[in-house]
Design a binder for this molecule. Structure first.
Ligand SMILES: NC(=O)c1ccc[n+]([C@@H]2O[C@H](COP(=O)([O-])OP(=O)(O)OC[C@H]3O[C@@H](n4cnc5c(N)ncnc54)[C@H](O)[C@@H]3O)[C@@H](O)[C@H]2O)c1
Ligand SMILES: O=c1ccn([C@@H]2O[C@H](COP(=O)(O)OP(=O)(O)O[C@H]3O[C@H](CO)[C@@H](O)[C@H](O)[C@H]3O)[C@@H](O)[C@H]2O)c(=O)[nH]1
Length: 440
Protein backbone atom coordinates (compact mmCIF):
# COMPACT_ATOMS: atom_id res chain seq x y z
CA UNK A 1 0.00 0.00 0.00
CA UNK A 2 1.40 3.41 -1.02
CA UNK A 3 0.41 7.00 -0.27
CA UNK A 4 -0.55 8.60 -3.54
CA UNK A 5 -1.71 12.08 -4.55
CA UNK A 6 -3.60 12.87 -7.75
CA UNK A 7 -3.62 16.42 -9.11
CA UNK A 8 -6.89 17.10 -10.99
CA UNK A 9 -10.23 15.39 -10.49
CA UNK A 10 -11.49 15.44 -14.08
CA UNK A 11 -12.24 12.18 -15.82
CA UNK A 12 -8.73 10.81 -15.61
CA UNK A 13 -7.85 12.06 -12.13
CA UNK A 14 -11.05 10.87 -10.53
CA UNK A 15 -11.18 7.45 -12.22
CA UNK A 16 -7.48 6.88 -11.53
CA UNK A 17 -7.87 7.95 -7.90
CA UNK A 18 -10.92 5.77 -7.30
CA UNK A 19 -9.38 2.72 -8.99
CA UNK A 20 -6.01 3.06 -7.23
CA UNK A 21 -7.82 3.26 -3.87
CA UNK A 22 -9.90 0.22 -4.83
CA UNK A 23 -6.72 -1.85 -5.26
CA UNK A 24 -5.57 -0.87 -1.77
CA UNK A 25 -3.62 2.40 -1.96
CA UNK A 26 -4.22 5.52 0.13
CA UNK A 27 -5.22 8.20 -2.34
CA UNK A 28 -5.73 11.92 -1.90
CA UNK A 29 -7.13 13.82 -4.87
CA UNK A 30 -6.60 17.58 -5.25
CA UNK A 31 -8.48 20.05 -7.39
CA UNK A 32 -8.47 23.84 -7.55
CA UNK A 33 -12.23 23.75 -8.13
CA UNK A 34 -13.77 24.07 -4.65
CA UNK A 35 -17.26 23.22 -5.95
CA UNK A 36 -16.00 19.94 -7.38
CA UNK A 37 -14.21 19.00 -4.16
CA UNK A 38 -17.31 19.81 -2.06
CA UNK A 39 -19.41 17.62 -4.34
CA UNK A 40 -16.88 14.78 -4.17
CA UNK A 41 -16.67 15.01 -0.38
CA UNK A 42 -20.45 14.68 -0.21
CA UNK A 43 -20.16 11.40 -2.13
CA UNK A 44 -21.36 12.73 -5.51
CA UNK A 45 -19.42 12.27 -8.73
CA UNK A 46 -19.24 15.45 -10.86
CA UNK A 47 -19.28 13.28 -14.00
CA UNK A 48 -21.70 10.63 -15.19
CA UNK A 49 -19.67 7.43 -15.55
CA UNK A 50 -21.00 3.89 -15.02
CA UNK A 51 -19.86 2.28 -11.70
CA UNK A 52 -17.75 5.28 -10.67
CA UNK A 53 -19.89 6.80 -7.91
CA UNK A 54 -20.52 3.47 -6.14
CA UNK A 55 -16.82 2.62 -6.14
CA UNK A 56 -15.96 6.13 -5.00
CA UNK A 57 -18.36 6.00 -2.01
CA UNK A 58 -17.06 2.57 -1.05
CA UNK A 59 -13.46 3.81 -0.90
CA UNK A 60 -14.33 7.06 0.89
CA UNK A 61 -16.01 4.90 3.57
CA UNK A 62 -12.94 2.65 3.79
CA UNK A 63 -10.90 5.83 4.40
CA UNK A 64 -8.59 5.11 1.47
CA UNK A 65 -9.86 7.99 -0.66
CA UNK A 66 -9.86 11.72 0.22
CA UNK A 67 -10.49 14.96 -1.64
CA UNK A 68 -9.00 18.39 -0.93
CA UNK A 69 -8.11 21.73 -2.49
CA UNK A 70 -4.98 21.97 -0.33
CA UNK A 71 -1.86 21.00 -2.28
CA UNK A 72 0.42 21.10 0.76
CA UNK A 73 -1.84 18.75 2.77
CA UNK A 74 -2.05 16.40 -0.20
CA UNK A 75 1.65 16.30 -0.99
CA UNK A 76 3.20 16.13 2.48
CA UNK A 77 3.05 12.31 2.84
CA UNK A 78 2.79 11.27 -0.81
CA UNK A 79 5.44 8.99 -2.26
CA UNK A 80 3.95 9.39 -5.72
CA UNK A 81 2.12 12.39 -7.22
CA UNK A 82 0.08 11.83 -10.38
CA UNK A 83 -0.58 14.80 -12.65
CA UNK A 84 -4.00 14.44 -14.32
CA UNK A 85 -4.90 18.02 -15.20
CA UNK A 86 -6.38 19.07 -18.56
CA UNK A 87 -4.29 19.79 -21.66
CA UNK A 88 -6.88 21.42 -23.94
CA UNK A 89 -6.23 22.67 -27.44
CA UNK A 90 -5.02 26.25 -27.89
CA UNK A 91 -6.19 28.38 -30.82
CA UNK A 92 -2.89 27.62 -32.63
CA UNK A 93 -3.58 23.84 -32.47
CA UNK A 94 -0.89 23.09 -29.86
CA UNK A 95 -1.74 21.73 -26.39
CA UNK A 96 -2.25 24.33 -23.65
CA UNK A 97 0.15 23.40 -20.84
CA UNK A 98 -0.90 26.11 -18.36
CA UNK A 99 -2.48 23.66 -15.88
CA UNK A 100 0.49 21.29 -16.20
CA UNK A 101 2.89 24.12 -15.40
CA UNK A 102 0.77 25.23 -12.43
CA UNK A 103 0.68 21.66 -11.09
CA UNK A 104 4.48 21.40 -11.43
CA UNK A 105 4.98 24.69 -9.55
CA UNK A 106 2.71 23.48 -6.73
CA UNK A 107 4.65 20.21 -6.51
CA UNK A 108 7.91 22.18 -6.27
CA UNK A 109 6.52 24.38 -3.53
CA UNK A 110 4.73 21.74 -1.44
CA UNK A 111 6.44 18.32 -1.87
CA UNK A 112 8.18 17.47 1.39
CA UNK A 113 9.66 14.00 0.80
CA UNK A 114 11.39 12.17 -2.04
CA UNK A 115 8.74 11.83 -4.69
CA UNK A 116 7.99 10.27 -8.05
CA UNK A 117 5.89 12.52 -10.27
CA UNK A 118 3.81 10.55 -12.75
CA UNK A 119 2.26 12.27 -15.77
CA UNK A 120 -1.13 10.82 -16.69
CA UNK A 121 -2.21 13.83 -18.76
CA UNK A 122 -1.68 13.60 -22.51
CA UNK A 123 1.28 15.90 -23.13
CA UNK A 124 3.45 16.89 -26.10
CA UNK A 125 6.81 15.26 -26.55
CA UNK A 126 9.36 16.71 -24.13
CA UNK A 127 6.78 17.94 -21.59
CA UNK A 128 7.87 15.52 -18.86
CA UNK A 129 11.35 17.02 -19.01
CA UNK A 130 9.80 20.50 -18.72
CA UNK A 131 7.75 19.35 -15.72
CA UNK A 132 10.90 18.15 -14.00
CA UNK A 133 12.69 21.43 -14.70
CA UNK A 134 9.80 23.51 -13.32
CA UNK A 135 9.58 21.37 -10.18
CA UNK A 136 13.34 21.70 -9.59
CA UNK A 137 13.17 25.45 -10.20
CA UNK A 138 10.47 25.89 -7.52
CA UNK A 139 11.66 23.17 -5.14
CA UNK A 140 11.66 24.35 -1.52
CA UNK A 141 12.63 21.11 0.28
CA UNK A 142 15.84 19.16 -0.18
CA UNK A 143 14.26 16.11 -1.81
CA UNK A 144 14.82 13.81 -4.80
CA UNK A 145 12.33 14.09 -7.66
CA UNK A 146 11.90 11.47 -10.40
CA UNK A 147 9.56 11.74 -13.37
CA UNK A 148 7.58 8.93 -14.98
CA UNK A 149 5.33 9.13 -18.03
CA UNK A 150 2.29 6.87 -17.58
CA UNK A 151 -0.22 7.84 -20.31
CA UNK A 152 -3.86 6.99 -19.79
CA UNK A 153 -5.94 4.95 -22.26
CA UNK A 154 -9.38 4.91 -20.61
CA UNK A 155 -12.50 5.73 -22.63
CA UNK A 156 -15.35 7.81 -21.30
CA UNK A 157 -18.43 5.70 -20.68
CA UNK A 158 -16.35 2.62 -19.83
CA UNK A 159 -13.59 4.29 -17.84
CA UNK A 160 -13.70 2.08 -14.73
CA UNK A 161 -13.85 -1.10 -16.78
CA UNK A 162 -10.98 0.11 -18.98
CA UNK A 163 -8.85 0.78 -15.90
CA UNK A 164 -9.35 -2.73 -14.52
CA UNK A 165 -9.22 -4.58 -17.86
CA UNK A 166 -7.02 -2.38 -20.08
CA UNK A 167 -4.76 -3.90 -22.75
CA UNK A 168 -1.54 -2.42 -21.36
CA UNK A 169 -0.02 -0.01 -18.91
CA UNK A 170 2.79 2.09 -20.40
CA UNK A 171 5.56 3.26 -18.09
CA UNK A 172 8.18 5.62 -19.52
CA UNK A 173 11.07 6.43 -17.21
CA UNK A 174 14.75 7.29 -17.00
CA UNK A 175 15.17 6.03 -13.45
CA UNK A 176 14.53 2.28 -13.27
CA UNK A 177 13.85 2.35 -9.51
CA UNK A 178 11.04 4.85 -10.15
CA UNK A 179 9.67 2.64 -12.94
CA UNK A 180 9.83 -0.40 -10.62
CA UNK A 181 7.77 1.40 -7.98
CA UNK A 182 5.09 2.48 -10.48
CA UNK A 183 5.00 -1.09 -11.78
CA UNK A 184 4.52 -2.36 -8.22
CA UNK A 185 1.68 0.11 -7.60
CA UNK A 186 -0.12 -1.13 -10.72
CA UNK A 187 0.52 -4.87 -10.20
CA UNK A 188 -2.91 -5.63 -8.65
CA UNK A 189 -4.59 -4.57 -11.93
CA UNK A 190 -2.89 -7.61 -13.55
CA UNK A 191 -2.54 -5.80 -16.87
CA UNK A 192 0.54 -6.27 -19.11
CA UNK A 193 3.10 -3.54 -18.44
CA UNK A 194 5.23 -2.07 -21.20
CA UNK A 195 8.32 -0.17 -20.11
CA UNK A 196 10.10 2.33 -22.29
CA UNK A 197 11.79 5.73 -22.19
CA UNK A 198 9.85 8.91 -21.43
CA UNK A 199 9.71 10.35 -24.96
CA UNK A 200 8.54 7.07 -26.48
CA UNK A 201 5.81 6.82 -23.83
CA UNK A 202 4.63 10.34 -24.67
CA UNK A 203 4.56 9.38 -28.36
CA UNK A 204 2.72 6.09 -27.72
CA UNK A 205 -0.27 8.05 -26.41
CA UNK A 206 -0.52 10.43 -29.41
CA UNK A 207 0.21 7.69 -31.94
CA UNK A 208 -2.48 5.42 -30.42
CA UNK A 209 -5.17 8.10 -30.53
CA UNK A 210 -4.14 9.20 -34.03
CA UNK A 211 -4.26 5.62 -35.28
CA UNK A 212 -7.74 5.00 -33.83
CA UNK A 213 -8.93 8.30 -35.34
CA UNK A 214 -7.46 7.16 -38.67
CA UNK A 215 -9.49 3.94 -38.54
CA UNK A 216 -12.65 5.97 -37.95
CA UNK A 217 -12.01 8.45 -40.78
CA UNK A 218 -11.06 5.56 -43.06
CA UNK A 219 -14.33 3.68 -42.51
CA UNK A 220 -16.27 6.94 -42.85
CA UNK A 221 -14.69 7.49 -46.28
CA UNK A 222 -15.53 3.89 -47.21
CA UNK A 223 -19.11 4.56 -46.02
CA UNK A 224 -19.43 7.52 -48.38
CA UNK A 225 -18.24 5.39 -51.30
CA UNK A 226 -20.63 2.60 -50.23
CA UNK A 227 -23.53 5.05 -50.49
CA UNK A 228 -22.47 5.96 -54.02
CA UNK A 229 -22.10 2.37 -55.23
CA UNK A 230 -25.01 0.85 -53.27
CA UNK A 231 -22.95 -1.29 -50.86
CA UNK A 232 -23.64 -1.69 -47.13
CA UNK A 233 -20.72 -0.38 -45.06
CA UNK A 234 -21.68 -2.51 -42.05
CA UNK A 235 -21.17 -5.71 -44.03
CA UNK A 236 -17.97 -4.24 -45.46
CA UNK A 237 -16.68 -3.50 -41.92
CA UNK A 238 -17.54 -7.03 -40.75
CA UNK A 239 -15.82 -8.57 -43.75
CA UNK A 240 -12.75 -6.40 -43.13
CA UNK A 241 -12.75 -6.98 -39.37
CA UNK A 242 -12.72 -10.76 -39.79
CA UNK A 243 -9.12 -10.33 -40.88
CA UNK A 244 -7.40 -10.35 -37.48
CA UNK A 245 -4.73 -8.02 -38.84
CA UNK A 246 -7.47 -5.39 -39.25
CA UNK A 247 -9.84 -6.24 -36.35
CA UNK A 248 -13.45 -5.12 -35.81
CA UNK A 249 -12.89 -2.26 -33.40
CA UNK A 250 -13.11 1.40 -34.41
CA UNK A 251 -14.65 0.56 -37.78
CA UNK A 252 -18.06 1.94 -36.87
CA UNK A 253 -19.07 4.64 -39.35
CA UNK A 254 -21.02 7.62 -38.08
CA UNK A 255 -20.78 11.35 -37.55
CA UNK A 256 -17.04 11.21 -36.99
CA UNK A 257 -15.11 11.27 -33.75
CA UNK A 258 -15.73 13.84 -31.02
CA UNK A 259 -14.87 13.99 -27.34
CA UNK A 260 -12.13 15.55 -25.30
CA UNK A 261 -9.31 13.49 -26.81
CA UNK A 262 -9.27 12.51 -30.50
CA UNK A 263 -9.93 15.99 -31.93
CA UNK A 264 -7.37 17.76 -29.73
CA UNK A 265 -4.76 14.99 -29.79
CA UNK A 266 -4.83 14.56 -33.59
CA UNK A 267 -4.42 18.32 -33.94
CA UNK A 268 -1.64 18.40 -31.35
CA UNK A 269 0.28 15.58 -33.09
CA UNK A 270 -0.12 17.29 -36.46
CA UNK A 271 1.34 20.48 -34.97
CA UNK A 272 4.14 18.59 -33.23
CA UNK A 273 5.11 17.13 -36.63
CA UNK A 274 4.85 20.53 -38.34
CA UNK A 275 7.07 22.01 -35.63
CA UNK A 276 9.65 19.34 -36.50
CA UNK A 277 9.41 20.42 -40.18
CA UNK A 278 7.39 17.37 -41.16
CA UNK A 279 4.05 17.59 -42.91
CA UNK A 280 1.96 14.71 -41.52
CA UNK A 281 -0.25 14.49 -44.63
CA UNK A 282 -2.12 11.34 -43.58
CA UNK A 283 -3.16 12.82 -40.23
CA UNK A 284 -4.22 16.08 -41.91
CA UNK A 285 -6.56 14.06 -44.14
CA UNK A 286 -7.96 12.21 -41.09
CA UNK A 287 -8.74 15.56 -39.42
CA UNK A 288 -10.31 17.06 -42.58
CA UNK A 289 -12.46 13.98 -43.22
CA UNK A 290 -13.73 14.13 -39.64
CA UNK A 291 -14.72 17.78 -39.93
CA UNK A 292 -16.75 17.02 -43.07
CA UNK A 293 -18.24 13.87 -41.51
CA UNK A 294 -19.63 15.62 -38.44
CA UNK A 295 -22.14 17.61 -40.53
CA UNK A 296 -23.00 14.92 -43.06
CA UNK A 297 -26.63 14.84 -41.93
CA UNK A 298 -26.98 18.57 -42.63
CA UNK A 299 -26.02 17.86 -46.25
CA UNK A 300 -28.44 14.92 -46.40
CA UNK A 301 -31.41 16.82 -44.95
CA UNK A 302 -30.79 19.81 -47.23
CA UNK A 303 -30.79 17.47 -50.17
CA UNK A 304 -34.12 16.01 -48.96
CA UNK A 305 -35.95 19.23 -47.97
CA UNK A 306 -34.22 21.94 -50.00
CA UNK A 307 -34.60 24.74 -47.47
CA UNK A 308 -34.72 24.08 -43.73
CA UNK A 309 -36.45 27.31 -42.70
CA UNK A 310 -39.63 26.64 -40.70
CA UNK A 311 -38.94 22.93 -40.25
CA UNK A 312 -39.11 21.37 -36.80
CA UNK A 313 -36.32 18.89 -36.07
CA UNK A 314 -35.80 16.53 -33.15
CA UNK A 315 -32.19 15.79 -32.21
CA UNK A 316 -31.75 12.57 -30.21
CA UNK A 317 -28.40 12.36 -28.44
CA UNK A 318 -26.25 15.29 -27.33
CA UNK A 319 -23.27 13.63 -25.60
CA UNK A 320 -20.28 12.87 -27.87
CA UNK A 321 -20.85 9.16 -27.24
CA UNK A 322 -23.25 7.04 -25.15
CA UNK A 323 -22.83 6.51 -21.38
CA UNK A 324 -21.31 9.91 -20.73
CA UNK A 325 -22.69 13.40 -20.09
CA UNK A 326 -19.69 14.96 -21.85
CA UNK A 327 -20.40 17.24 -24.84
CA UNK A 328 -16.82 18.22 -25.62
CA UNK A 329 -16.47 18.32 -29.47
CA UNK A 330 -19.81 16.49 -29.79
CA UNK A 331 -21.34 16.28 -33.27
CA UNK A 332 -24.63 17.48 -31.72
CA UNK A 333 -23.20 20.99 -31.25
CA UNK A 334 -22.20 21.59 -34.89
CA UNK A 335 -25.35 19.99 -36.27
CA UNK A 336 -27.76 21.89 -34.02
CA UNK A 337 -25.93 25.16 -34.65
CA UNK A 338 -26.20 24.61 -38.42
CA UNK A 339 -29.92 23.72 -38.22
CA UNK A 340 -30.63 26.91 -36.29
CA UNK A 341 -28.53 29.02 -38.68
CA UNK A 342 -30.59 27.57 -41.54
CA UNK A 343 -33.84 28.65 -39.79
CA UNK A 344 -35.04 25.32 -38.37
CA UNK A 345 -36.56 24.87 -34.92
CA UNK A 346 -34.73 22.28 -32.76
CA UNK A 347 -36.02 20.18 -29.89
CA UNK A 348 -33.38 18.00 -28.25
CA UNK A 349 -33.25 15.03 -25.91
CA UNK A 350 -30.43 13.09 -24.25
CA UNK A 351 -30.82 10.57 -21.41
CA UNK A 352 -28.08 12.17 -19.25
CA UNK A 353 -26.33 15.09 -20.97
CA UNK A 354 -29.10 17.71 -21.00
CA UNK A 355 -27.88 19.69 -18.02
CA UNK A 356 -24.46 20.16 -19.62
CA UNK A 357 -26.11 20.78 -23.01
CA UNK A 358 -28.19 23.66 -21.65
CA UNK A 359 -24.96 25.51 -20.84
CA UNK A 360 -23.45 24.93 -24.28
CA UNK A 361 -26.13 24.85 -26.99
CA UNK A 362 -27.74 27.95 -28.56
CA UNK A 363 -30.43 29.50 -26.33
CA UNK A 364 -33.23 28.83 -28.83
CA UNK A 365 -32.89 25.04 -28.51
CA UNK A 366 -35.82 23.46 -26.69
CA UNK A 367 -35.31 20.42 -24.45
CA UNK A 368 -37.73 17.50 -24.16
CA UNK A 369 -38.12 15.20 -21.17
CA UNK A 370 -38.56 12.03 -23.25
CA UNK A 371 -37.99 10.64 -26.75
CA UNK A 372 -41.75 10.77 -27.34
CA UNK A 373 -41.96 14.45 -26.42
CA UNK A 374 -38.93 15.25 -28.60
CA UNK A 375 -40.17 13.61 -31.79
CA UNK A 376 -43.82 14.67 -31.44
CA UNK A 377 -45.01 16.69 -34.47
CA UNK A 378 -41.51 17.02 -35.98
CA UNK A 379 -40.58 17.04 -39.68
CA UNK A 380 -37.47 14.92 -39.17
CA UNK A 381 -35.58 13.13 -36.41
CA UNK A 382 -31.77 13.13 -36.22
CA UNK A 383 -29.99 10.46 -34.20
CA UNK A 384 -26.60 11.83 -33.19
CA UNK A 385 -25.60 9.54 -30.29
CA UNK A 386 -26.30 5.80 -30.21
CA UNK A 387 -27.82 5.59 -26.71
CA UNK A 388 -29.44 2.21 -25.96
CA UNK A 389 -32.71 4.07 -25.26
CA UNK A 390 -32.85 5.10 -28.94
CA UNK A 391 -31.83 1.66 -30.26
CA UNK A 392 -34.61 0.03 -28.20
CA UNK A 393 -37.26 2.64 -29.07
CA UNK A 394 -40.24 1.06 -30.90
CA UNK A 395 -40.22 2.13 -34.55
CA UNK A 396 -44.01 2.40 -34.75
CA UNK A 397 -43.80 5.36 -32.33
CA UNK A 398 -42.02 7.40 -35.02
CA UNK A 399 -44.93 6.62 -37.35
CA UNK A 400 -47.49 7.54 -34.68
CA UNK A 401 -45.92 10.72 -33.35
CA UNK A 402 -44.06 12.49 -36.18
CA UNK A 403 -45.64 14.78 -38.78
CA UNK A 404 -44.31 12.42 -41.45
CA UNK A 405 -41.83 9.79 -40.29
CA UNK A 406 -38.40 10.73 -41.63
CA UNK A 407 -35.27 9.66 -39.74
CA UNK A 408 -31.67 10.70 -40.37
CA UNK A 409 -29.62 8.25 -38.35
CA UNK A 410 -26.04 9.38 -37.84
CA UNK A 411 -25.08 6.26 -35.88
CA UNK A 412 -26.80 3.41 -37.77
CA UNK A 413 -28.97 2.46 -34.78
CA UNK A 414 -31.57 0.49 -36.74
CA UNK A 415 -31.41 -2.51 -39.04
CA UNK A 416 -32.16 -1.72 -42.67
CA UNK A 417 -34.18 -4.96 -43.00
CA UNK A 418 -36.34 -4.11 -39.96
CA UNK A 419 -36.85 -0.56 -41.17
CA UNK A 420 -38.21 -1.86 -44.49
CA UNK A 421 -41.26 -3.13 -42.58
CA UNK A 422 -42.28 0.42 -41.55
CA UNK A 423 -43.53 3.40 -43.56
CA UNK A 424 -40.49 5.42 -42.48
CA UNK A 425 -38.07 7.30 -44.71
CA UNK A 426 -34.73 6.25 -43.32
CA UNK A 427 -31.34 7.76 -44.16
CA UNK A 428 -28.28 6.32 -42.41
CA UNK A 429 -24.51 6.26 -42.95
CA UNK A 430 -22.98 4.13 -45.71
CA UNK A 431 -26.13 2.03 -46.19
CA UNK A 432 -28.93 2.04 -48.75
CA UNK A 433 -31.73 4.57 -48.12
CA UNK A 434 -35.03 2.95 -47.07
CA UNK A 435 -38.27 4.33 -48.59
CA UNK A 436 -36.46 7.26 -50.26
CA UNK A 437 -38.72 10.33 -50.68
CA UNK A 438 -41.68 8.16 -49.55
CA UNK A 439 -43.32 11.10 -47.77
CA UNK A 440 -42.73 13.70 -50.52
N1 LIG B 1 -11.12 12.37 -20.65
C1 LIG B 1 -10.58 11.25 -21.04
O1 LIG B 1 -11.28 10.31 -21.37
C2 LIG B 1 -9.08 11.08 -21.10
C3 LIG B 1 -8.53 9.82 -21.31
C4 LIG B 1 -7.14 9.67 -21.39
C5 LIG B 1 -6.32 10.77 -21.24
N2 LIG B 1 -6.88 12.00 -21.04
C6 LIG B 1 -5.98 13.13 -20.81
O2 LIG B 1 -5.92 13.35 -19.40
C7 LIG B 1 -5.85 14.75 -19.08
C8 LIG B 1 -7.02 15.14 -18.20
O3 LIG B 1 -8.21 14.97 -18.91
P1 LIG B 1 -9.64 15.15 -18.21
O4 LIG B 1 -10.66 14.93 -19.25
O5 LIG B 1 -9.66 14.36 -16.97
O6 LIG B 1 -9.52 16.73 -17.84
P2 LIG B 1 -10.59 17.74 -17.24
O7 LIG B 1 -10.35 19.01 -17.91
O8 LIG B 1 -11.93 17.10 -17.22
O9 LIG B 1 -10.15 17.87 -15.69
C9 LIG B 1 -8.98 18.46 -15.27
C10 LIG B 1 -9.15 18.86 -13.80
O10 LIG B 1 -7.91 19.37 -13.33
C11 LIG B 1 -8.18 20.46 -12.44
N3 LIG B 1 -6.97 21.30 -12.31
C12 LIG B 1 -6.43 22.14 -13.22
N4 LIG B 1 -5.30 22.68 -12.73
C13 LIG B 1 -5.11 22.16 -11.49
C14 LIG B 1 -4.13 22.31 -10.48
N5 LIG B 1 -3.07 23.13 -10.65
N6 LIG B 1 -4.26 21.63 -9.32
C15 LIG B 1 -5.33 20.81 -9.13
N7 LIG B 1 -6.28 20.63 -10.05
C16 LIG B 1 -6.18 21.28 -11.21
C17 LIG B 1 -9.38 21.16 -13.08
O11 LIG B 1 -10.06 21.97 -12.15
C18 LIG B 1 -10.20 19.95 -13.56
O12 LIG B 1 -11.11 19.52 -12.57
C19 LIG B 1 -5.80 15.46 -20.44
O13 LIG B 1 -4.46 15.64 -20.79
C20 LIG B 1 -6.46 14.47 -21.38
O14 LIG B 1 -6.02 14.61 -22.71
C21 LIG B 1 -8.23 12.19 -20.95
O1 LIG C 1 -15.77 2.85 -34.36
C1 LIG C 1 -15.87 3.96 -33.83
C2 LIG C 1 -15.38 4.23 -32.52
C3 LIG C 1 -15.52 5.51 -32.01
N1 LIG C 1 -16.12 6.48 -32.74
C4 LIG C 1 -16.24 7.85 -32.19
O2 LIG C 1 -14.96 8.23 -31.69
C5 LIG C 1 -15.08 9.11 -30.57
C6 LIG C 1 -14.24 8.63 -29.42
O3 LIG C 1 -14.76 7.42 -28.91
P1 LIG C 1 -13.98 6.53 -27.83
O4 LIG C 1 -12.63 6.27 -28.30
O5 LIG C 1 -14.83 5.36 -27.54
O6 LIG C 1 -14.03 7.49 -26.54
P2 LIG C 1 -12.97 8.44 -25.78
O7 LIG C 1 -13.42 8.51 -24.39
O8 LIG C 1 -12.78 9.70 -26.54
O9 LIG C 1 -11.59 7.60 -25.78
C7 LIG C 1 -10.50 7.85 -26.66
O10 LIG C 1 -9.71 8.91 -26.18
C8 LIG C 1 -9.18 8.70 -24.84
C9 LIG C 1 -8.47 9.97 -24.44
O11 LIG C 1 -7.18 10.07 -24.95
C10 LIG C 1 -8.27 7.48 -24.86
O12 LIG C 1 -7.76 7.27 -23.56
C11 LIG C 1 -9.05 6.26 -25.35
O13 LIG C 1 -8.17 5.13 -25.44
C12 LIG C 1 -9.65 6.58 -26.71
O14 LIG C 1 -10.45 5.47 -27.17
C13 LIG C 1 -16.59 9.16 -30.26
O15 LIG C 1 -17.12 10.35 -30.81
C14 LIG C 1 -17.17 7.96 -30.99
O16 LIG C 1 -18.49 8.17 -31.41
C15 LIG C 1 -16.61 6.22 -34.01
O17 LIG C 1 -17.16 7.11 -34.68
N2 LIG C 1 -16.46 4.96 -34.52
Amino acid sequence: MKNLAIVGTGYVGLVTGVCLSEIGHNVICIDIDQGKIDKLNSGKSPIFEPDLEELMIKNIKSERLYFTTDHSEAFKNSEVIYIAVGTPQKSDGFADLTSIEQAAIQIGLHAKRDVIVVTKSTVPIGTNEKIKNIILQYLVSDIKVDIVSNPEFLREGSAVRDTFYGDRIVIGAECQDAANLIEEINKPFQIPIFRTDIISAEMIKYASNAFLATKISFINEIATICEKIGANVEDVAIGMGQDSRIGYQFLKPGLGYGGSCFPKDTNALFHIATHEDYSFALLKAVIDVNKKQQTLLVDKVKQRFGILEGKKFAVLGLAFKPNTDDLREAASIVNITRFIEEGAEVIAFDPVAMQNAKRILPATVQFAQSIEEAIHGTDAVFIVTEWKEFIDFPLNKYVELMKKPIIFDGRNCYSIIKMMGYPIEYYSIGRPVVNENYNK
